[in-house]
Design a protein around this ligand. Structure first.
Ligand SMILES: CC(C)(COP(=O)(O)OP(=O)(O)OC[C@H]1O[C@@H](n2cnc3c(N)ncnc32)[C@H](O)[C@@H]1OP(=O)(O)O)[C@@H](O)C(=O)NCCC(=O)NCCS
Length: 214
């Protein structure tokens, strides 16, 4: 059997990863979701229920990419799919630019137009979105997301499961602890310990002055 790619997830992040797989001409198996249904047109490909897929998938033939936006869910699924003996290719869109000494962890997806400069490390199951840029000596923790058009200057460190919002920018050398959520358009100029949301210019812990949305 020749290898085929299964994309896990049924939402927008899944579509984005499918677009990268298409651009690379990956032979597709189909999609995998919790209940076997997809929010989008699966393009004639099968959509399998996760529990069934985990029982039937063939290690070495069925390759898996976790394409769910929430880093915490990707972390959980990593364990479940790895326990079934499955492996995770890295997918890099042909228009992305990867310089020398760029290390990408298993299952990481780099989308169109992203630039990963040099001497930097991206962990496993990260999603580097369209037009994001990452400069020298950055370290991006496992399961992190870089949103579209976010820019990391040199030596920025993001802990595990960080979620960098669209168009956010990072001063050289800043460090964010695990699970930091950064609002769209923010300028991150200081270190933050993690497990918190920060937003604004400069980014500060998110405080609501209005009532939460229903
Ligand atoms: C930060 C974020 C997570 C907050 O979402 P939320 O919890 O639903 O918060 P709300 O929209 O209710 O906003 C709460 C307050 O924070 C402010 N706020 C929200 N996002 C902000 C941002 N990016 N920058 C500055 N302030 C922001 C709101 O104006 C509001 O202020 P107020 O209480 O004074 O009116 C969200 O706005 C955001 O920026 N997400 C990034 C999404 C993204 O880029 N994803 C990438 C997809 S590939």
């Amino acid at each position: 059997l020749s290898p085929r790619l299964w994309i896990v997830g049924g939402g927008n992040a899944t579509l984005e990863v499918w677009a990268v797989a298409q651009s690379l001409g990956c032979p597709m198996g189909g999609f995998v979701t919790l209940d076997g249904s997809c929010e989008f047109d699966p393009e004639g490909l099968p959509c399998r229920k996760e529990a069934d897929f985990l029982l039937e998938a063939v290690p070495g033939t069925d390759l898996v990419v976790l394409a769910i936006g929430d880093p915490r869910i990707r972390r959980r699924l990593d364990g479940a799919f790895a326990a079934a003996g499955l492996t995770f290719p890295t997918l890099v869109h042909p228009s992305a630019v990867l310089g020398p000494r760029v290390t990408l962890g298993e299952g990481t997806v780099v989308m169109a137009g992203a630039v990963l400069e040099t001497h930097l490390t991206v962990g496993r199951h990260c999603m580097i979105n369209v037009l994001a840029s990452v400069a020298h000596h950055c370290v991006i923790g496992d399961y992190s997301n870089l949103g579209p058009g976010c820019h990391l200057a040199g030596s920025v460190q993001l802990g595990e499961g960080c979620d960098a919002g669209t168009g956010s920018s990072y001063r050289p050398g800043v460090k964010l602890g695990p699970g930091t959520l950064v609002g769209a358009g923010s300028a991150v100029v200081a270190d933050w310990p993690g497990h918190m949301a920060i937003a604004g210019v400069p980014a500060k812990p998110l405080i609501r002055t209005s009532s939460p949305k229903p």
